[in-house]
Design a protein around this ligand. Structure first.
Ligand code: ADP
Ligand code: MG
Length: 370
């Protein structure tokens, strides 16, 4: 118990953090600035190859940095070895040793450090009890359920008394049902332990379910930082709106705007429809909702596909069919004007403006979640 009770959480800050794997290639992580509050659940989110794992590995100390700094509670840890940083990593599908019992898996890093057997078993057993696994301490991973394995992996990461837990796609190898159960459990443990979690995922749904703070990345840059609510309701760029899904992008005199697909009105000519003309291409029944796919005419290819999400009752009252010509409209208040996005066009280097904007965002998140 004491091993965990005495652990404290820490804030992480990265300043102009950069990784270039080879000279002359684009930076995998390009001068990013980010502050993650102590005790918060932060998700790094973005498509494959955008630099999430590289960022996490640099924080962990498993990857050298090409530039910039990493601070843990204002202490510069950039050049410290991984084991001296106060961070610990939990890997995809938990990566437990199959031939070792739960307690030996948890005790493993203490064995590497030369801690005596009785002492390391005592500490590992304490931690397994802490994650409600004390009664299964002698089982091997193959004799445990996915949820139980996750708790062993968590205990194994916690035995080094980290102040920040780093998780790289910890759920992505699980089947969908287990994944949803496990993410709820991760969230509960993060709250119970009060530790800072930094969790990498390419799933916007997973990030929205877990995060206090979402960091949306694109091409080695941060596009947006905010609570799930802020990011979903105020996407900063077309990239974020499209990556998060559930949004349509339209060109207006005010520039590109995003409108949530559940905030759209749809009507035929006969029903007095006005607005953007479109043709229905697909109708997809989803249970609570029905997703209508449409194509706009006379707009750029990238803007053609849009969608409307209707409640099941609204759809049953007026069932739309593929091929119907309709008009789409929306309230101006539901328009979100989109910026260019850093991944599309980075402002002239090294401008202080983006980092201070991100910091303001972080302050806003703290206020929002307080
Ligand atoms: P993500 O985790 O978001 O999918 P990564 O951080 O793994 O992205 O990769 C970011 C970019 O860096 C990609 O273009 C990837 O190909 C490249 N990259 C990652 N690891 C290495 C490596 N060890 N050597 C060279 N390039 C790498
Ligand atoms: Mg990755």
């Amino acid at each position: 118990m004491d091993a965990v009770a005495t652990v404290s959480s820490a804030a992480i800050e990265v300043v102009a953090l950069t990784k270039r794997y080879a000279a002359g290639t684009p930076a995998a992580v390009d001068r990013i600035d980010l502050r993650i509050a102590s005790g918060s659940y932060c998700c790094l989110l973005g498509p494959s190859g955008c630099g999430k794992s590289t960022t996490l590995r640099m924080i962990a100390g498993h990857e050298s940095v090409s530039g910039g700094d990493i601070l843990l509670d204002n202490r510069n840890i950039t050049d410290l070895p991984a084991a001296a940083r106060g961070t610990a990593m939990m890997f995809q599908s938990f990566a437990l040793f199959p031939h070792l019992s739960a307690v030996d898996n948890v005790a493993f890093s203490l064995k590497m450090k030369g801690v005596a057997k009785a002492e390391r078993r005592r500490r590992a057993t304490d931690l397994l009890e802490r994650v409600a696994m004390g009664h299964l301490a002698e089982r091997k991973p193959g004799e445990l359920s996915g949820g139980q394995q996750q708790r062993v992996a968590l205990a194994r990461a916690l035995i080094t008394e980290p102040r920040v837990l780093l998780l790289d796609e910890p759920l992505s190898a699980l089947d969908p049902f287990l994944r949803i159960q496990m993410r709820a459990e991760l969230r509960r443990w993060q709250k119970t332990l009060g530790l800072t979690f930094i969790h990498v995922t390419h799933s916007q749904e997973e990030a929205m379910a877990l995060a206090d703070t979402m960091v949306v990345m694109n091409h080695g840059l941060i596009e947006q930082v905010g609570s799930p609510h802020q990011v979903y309701n105020h996407p900063a760029s077309e990239f974020v709106a499209r990556f998060m899904g559930g949004h349509n992008v339209f060109d207006t005199p005010a520039g590109a705007v995003a409108v949530r697909n559940d905030h759209m009105r749809i009507a035929s000519d006969a029903e007095g429809g006005t607005g953007v003309p479109a043709r229905i291409t697909d109708v997809e029944y989803q249970g609570t909702y029905v997703l209508i796919g449409l194509e706009l005419e006379g707009v750029a290819k990238a803007r053609q596909a849009v969608s409307v999400l209707l409640g099941e009752a609204a759809f049953l009252a007026r069932p739309w069919t593929p091929g119907e010509r309709v008009h789409l409209s929306w309230a101006e208040a539901d328009e979100r004007v989109l910026g260019l996005g850093l991944g599309v066009q980075r402002p002239a280097a090294p401008a202080p403006a983006p980092s201070s904007a991100l910091r303001d965002d972080t302050a806003a998140i703290a206020a929002f979640s307080a």
